[in-house]
Write a protein that binds this ligand. Structure first.
Ligand code: FAD
Ligand code: NAG
Ligand code: NAG
Ligand code: NAG
Ligand code: NAG
Length: 536
């Protein structure tokens, strides 16, 4: 997590000042919207403090607080006409009713970590419903469950569990500022993936505000409850909270991080890792970070692979598991760090060992300019293939890859159990990752071009027909819809990649619960074509 240079803040302030010119037209929208909210709310005293027009001195900071990608903080980034920050569920109901009656497109933001910013950006007039105030977490250790509001962060969830129990945890993502609302509705995985599957595999209830402003629970939702466990929330309604089943974790878990360069036979280990992780003990998860770096020889580049392990057990047992399952890595006792589960989550989040768990309550996030893409690998890549990928990465210079081992529990859950279809048959998931610090169009086009070149180069090595993608690694390159007449066919392109055969069921749910396509975005679930898609 890098520090944001002060220059950026000055620049941002300037860019916002320049763009304030567009705001005048939104006065009328604001007045009508607030009037409607007052009508539909019995807490009128609070309304003015939760609705922000661009003229409000706090508008800028409210907007920027949860923009976690500096690419979307420029003067050219479209800005909302209104930001609503509900402090009660009734506010959310009123906001949906009033956005709809005023014909305003509404984007819903929880943690704001969407890689393409679609929770707070849109072409055309729009408002943001920002959920950050709705962040209550209720942990019940007696029945090993938790109710978590959408605006809570994963770090807050982990902290709250730790306060109540040292032998419980929850299988979700490793970045503590990610929001529950986006993360869980899009699937969610972390370093207990092979043992416990995805986050959505541990959701037993939810509360959602539908397009009519009603609050529904699991039983009132019907098939909608299936859809919001991996199909994304934004196409269906506003998720208020998820009810989660906690999992048990041992008092001692083991973490390791071992690095190997090409000269240290990294390729052999990666090659074997592809096979090993299918059948190795489910208590073990290993993530690979692959990055082009300078080599020991001056002026030369190499590829460095970091093997980052999470083991739900002690170091002695881990050494046994590794010497049998992946001896090529040569893991030694000295490489292993035993710690509590919460400490391991802190270390995975890049905090130094010894950082107190309260660090998980810090919502400040040092943003970068960034782009991500994803792929799935279902047959091992040959050593020659791996070598060619390393060569390409070194030539491109900055784009890294992250391999996340699958197998274990992931192979046991049927593909249609939830909308997330990437289960059995996958060896690992790839995340493409490029971050940069310098703003401006030139840097952006250079790095976007670089990551797209690598994605294109990877075509023969990854899944095809469809080439699968992970919804939570939002990537508008794989297709967008303008929700116009051809909406269904546009959505089919990215929909098959994100959901495979589950796409049609999502379309059926969507058509039933939101027949006018009020909840729509650049990659939403479309209406059935017979319904005369969509808007516009
Ligand atoms: C640093 C970083 C690390 C990450 N690590 C992981 C990881 O380990 N594992 C993993 O699975 N993913 C990971 N992700 C991806 C992350 O899960 C997604 O970006 C997720 O969608 C973010 O959720 P959010 O609430 O923060 O995002 P937002 O930008 O607020 O929302 C994302 C999407 O969900 C919709 N949405 C948000 N809240 C609601 C709601 N209440 N109701 C309906 N729709 C809603 C938004 O409209 C948008 O379409 C990571 C992302 C980042 C930036
Ligand atoms: C109004 O407030 C009361 C008490 O605070 C609450 O019980 C009721 O549900 C609220 N009604 C609406 C429409 O929000
Ligand atoms: C790399 O592999 C070769 C051939 O198997 C072996 O001889 C060599 O010792 C290994 N190098 C390292 C650093 O492990
Ligand atoms: C919160 O995180 C930010 C960004 O990493 C850091 O600068 C700040 O010092 C942290 N605040 C506290 C109280 O730890
Ligand atoms: C939004 O507008 C930009 C700039 O005109 C365009 O490149 C992009 O494709 C548009 N997005 C959608 C989903 O229509």
């Amino acid at each position: 997590m890098k520090r944001l240079p002060g220059m950026h803040l000055v620049l941002l302030a300037l860019l916002f000042a320049l763009s304030s010119i567009h705001y005048a037209a939104s006065d009328a929208i604001y007045d009508k919207f607030v009037e409607c909210l007052l009508c539909h709310s019995n807490t009128s005293d609070q309304i003015s403090s939760i609705v922000f027009s661009p003229e409000n001195p706090s508008y800028k900071s409210v907007l920027l607080n949860y923009i976690r990608n500096l690419r979307f903080t420029t003067a050219k980034t479209p800005k909302p006409a209104i930001i609503v920050t509900p402090t009660s569920e009734a506010h959310v109901q009123a906001a949906v009713i009033c956005a709809k009656s005023n014909n305003l497109l509404m984007k819903v933001r929880s943690g704001g970590h969407d890689y393409e910013g679609i929770s707070y950006i849109s072409n055309g007039t729009f408002i943001i419903l920002d959920m950050f105030n709705l962040r209550a977490i209720d942990i019940n250790i007696a029945d090993e469950s938790a109710i978590v509001q959408a605006g809570a962060t994963l770090g807050e969830l982990y902290y709250s569990i730790w306060e109540k129990s040292k032998v419980h945890g929850f299988p979700a993502g490793v970045c503590p500022t990610v929001g529950v609302g986006g993360h869980i509705s899009g699937g969610g995985y972390g370093n207990m993936l092979r043992k416990y599957g995805l986050t959505i595999d541990h959701v037993y209830d939810a509360k959602i505000v539908d397009v009519n402003g009603r609050i529904l629970d699991r039983y009132a939702m019907g098939d909608l409850f299936w859809a919001i466990r991996g199909g994304g929330g934004a196409s269906f309604g506003v998720i208020l909270s998820y009810s989660l089943k906690l999992v048990q974790v041992p008092e001692i878990v083991t973490y390791f991080r071992v690095m190997k360069t090409l000269a240290q036979n990294a390729t052999d280990v990666v090659y074997q890792w592809q096979y090993a992780m299918q059948k190795i003990d489910n208590d073990l998860f290993i993530r690979l970070l692959l990055q082009p770096v300078n080599s020991d020889t001056k002026g030369q580049k190499t590829l460095r692979v970091s093997f980052i392990g999470n083991f739900l057990g002690d170091a002695d047992r881990l050494i046994n598991v590794m010497s049998e399952g992946l001896p090529e890595l040569g893991l030694k006792k000295e490489d292993c760090m035993e710690m509590s589960w919460i400490e391991s989550m802190l270390v995975w989040a890049n905090f130094d060992q010894g950082t107190p768990p309260s660090a998980f309550l810090n919502r400040t996030y040092d943003s970068n300019f960034l782009k991500r893409k994803s792929d799935y690998v279902n047959k091992p890549i040959s050593k020659a293939g791996l070598d060619s990928i390393w060569k390409k990465m070194i030539a491109l210079g900055k784009t890294g890859l992250v391999f996340n081992s699958y197998g274990g529990r992931m192979s046991e859950i049927p593909e249609d159990e939830t909308p997330f279809p990437h289960r059995a048959g996958n060896l690992y998931k790839i995340q493409y990752s490029v971050n940069w610090e310098d703003g401006g169009i030139d840097a952006e086009s250079k790095y976007l071009d670089q990551i797209r070149q690598l994605y294109s180069f990877m075509t023969p090595f990854v899944s095809n027909n469809p080439r699968e993608s992970y919804l939570n690694y939002r990537d508008l390159d794989i297709g967008v819809t303008d929700n116009g007449r051809n909406g269904y066919n546009e959505a089919l392109v990215y929909g098959r990649k994100y959901f495979k055969g589950n796409f049609d069921r999502l379309v059926a749910v969507k058509s039933a619960v939101d027949p006018d396509n009020f909840f729509r975005n650049e990659q939403s679930i479309p209406l059935q074509p017979s319904k005369g898609n969509n808007r516009k």
